[in-house]
Design a protein around this ligand. Structure first.
Ligand code: NAD
Length: 479
């Protein structure tokens, strides 16, 4: 494990001690400041942005190295720009977010006043997966800093080059007691989740999320769990197929499907199945005329995931599904072309597990009720997509399914909206962040009641005589 400054490899007990010491330093710094001013928070956001601008090319190269191949355009669009937009949004709105909000008091308590006063929680732990390593560490950090917290960040062990680059860059602009990056393997991540943070934001798989929630529960640390799942895309009979296919292809093949909110599978009306398959093929091959050797097409992060995806496709094929590969795999560089999978059944692993890669089952349905039932038969997904022009069918889907978020007539873009909360539901996680929602999630929204000198409350103090009884009658009548 490396904490900010380089330290020699240490055994487990020393690692845990180093983490505990770092947390104690951040907690002490928090207590010394408690509620940082607007200026102090803006300064931290400014430093974060300056660091991002200064290191953006280095970060893109580091992520490219971790993946084996990922274009700087993908990293720029999906990571650097997203975080910069989040910083700008927070800076613009911070003053109003920080303002205590007056709330009404009932007549019995007037002329007292009530307000909700947001206050920093303390030290926030942030754990990220490998698929968007920069965005998923720094977007939560924007919320943490805006809310006035200190933060400890833990990148994934699958992105060691980026993790190290980030650690050095962060150490260059933040004191260790403001923001610190902790690198290391899953054992460090486990020790990290055992720390008594004031809040923990975990982004990753549902299975690890369960362990994180358990570990945090022992400290009563509140957790935001940003998990994954199988996000469906439903094509309505009223959809424009060419446009739908091109948007689906973009969202599915961005980062080669290694996106938490990528469409996992497609439901299409039975009478449009072959049209859907042809349109998807055409759209994918237009966006990526080739796969091996195409710098726009991202490699699969690690041999374990590359083999997992090939196995999912092979098992589906052996169990009777038709697997239509759109190119040749390049095993040496872990480049897996997309495959459309027809005839997948619920018992196949490809329909039981989150795919997290460029395999796309396309399933026919008969009537909107069947589409709804199929979605509701599974775990609650992180995202749901619907394509069509029929407003009635759209509302029926919205009202009868539950998911972390929804984009209509496109994919992924609900998470790019500054004003919308982002987060899962059920197996796809709990809690929200992004913009003001992140600020509030990482603040104690402290309720404050300010009593007036002139309060009728004293009339109700014991001993309870006739006056108190009369007052109670009045309260009963007017409450
Ligand atoms: P993962 O759960 O394997 O790992 C995520 C992080 O957890 C890593 O940093 C890892 O070091 C750490 N970790 C591993 N074991 C741990 C343990 N026992 N205790 C604590 N931390 C531990 O996930 P992954 O493979 O890196 O990422 C893919 C998953 O993340 C997918 O399921 C995807 O849908 C999900 N995801 C969700 C979002 C979202 O915003 N909801 C975004 C991206 C990815």
């Amino acid at each position: 494990m490396t904490i900010q400054q380089d330290r020699p490899q240490a055994d487990d007990a020393t690692q845990v001690l180093a983490l505990t010491t770092l947390l104690a330093r951040q907690q002490a710094a928090y207590r010394a400041e408690m509620t940082p001013s607007l200026g102090a928070r803006r300064d931290r956001l400014d430093r974060l942005e300056a660091m991002l601008i200064a290191h953006q090319d280095e970060f893109a190269r580091a992520i490219d190295a971790d993946f084996g191949r990922r274009d700087a355009v993908v990293t720029g669009l999906t990571e650097t720009m997203t975080v910069r937009a989040a910083i700008r949004h927070a800076r613009r709105h911070l003053k109003s977010w920080m303002k205590p909000k007056r709330v009404g008091v009932s007549w019995a308590f007037q002329p007292g006043q009530a307000r909700i006063q947001p206050q920093p929680l303390g030290v926030v732990g942030i754990i990220a997966p490998w698929n968007y390593p920069l965005q998923l560490l720094l977007n939560p950090l924007v919320g943490a800093l805006a809310a006035g917290n200190r933060a400890m960040l833990k990148p994934s062990e699958y992105t060691p080059v980026f993790g190290e680059a980030l650690r050095r860059a962060v150490a260059g602009v933040f004191r260790e007691d403001e923001v610190a990056v902790v690198t290391g393997g899953a054992e460090v991540a486990t020790a990290f989740t055992a720390l008594p943070f004031d809040h923990l934001i975990f982004t990753g798989s549902t299975s690890v999320g369960r362990k994180v929630a358990e570990a945090a529960g022992r400290n009563l640390t509140p957790v935001t769990l940003e998990l994954g799942g199988k996000s469906p895309a439903i094509i309505d009979n009223s959809a424009d197929m060419k446009l739908t296919a091109s948007r689906l292809a973009w969202g599915k093949l961005l980062n080669s499907g290694q996106t938490c909110v990528a469409p996992d599978y497609v439901l299409t009306p039975r009478n449009r199945l072959s049209e859907t398959v042809e349109a998807l093929k055409a759209a994918m091959l237009t966006q990526y005329p080739s796969f091996a050797g195409n710098p726009d097409y991202t490699s699969i992060i690690a041999p374990r995931h590359y083999e997992r995806l090939k196995r999912l496709a092979a098992e589906a094929g052996q169990a009777g599904a038709e697997v239509i590969w759109l190119g040749e795999p390049d095993d040496a560089n872990r480049v897996l072309p997309p495959a459309l999978i027809l005839g997948a059944t619920p018992d196949m692993a490809v329909m039981r597990e989150e795919i997290f890669g460029p395999l796309l089952p396309v399933l026919p349905y008969d009537g909107v009720d069947e589409a709804i039932a199929r979605v509701n038969d599974g775990d609650r997904p992180l995202a749901l997509y619907w394509f069509g022009a029929d407003a009635g069918a759209r509302e029926k889907i919205l009202e009868n399914t539950i998911s972390g978020g929804v984009t209509i007539n496109d994919v992924i873009l609900h998470l790019a909206q500054d004003g919308l909360p982002f987060g899962g539901v059920g197996a796809s996680g709990y809690g929200h962040y992004h913009g003001e929602h992140g600020f509030r999630a990482l603040s104690k929204e402290k309720p404050v009641f300010i009593q007036s000198r002139f309060s009728a409350g004293g009339l109700l103090y014991p001993p309870y005589g006739a006056l108190a009884r009369r007052m109670l009658e009045i309260l009963k009548r007017f409450s």
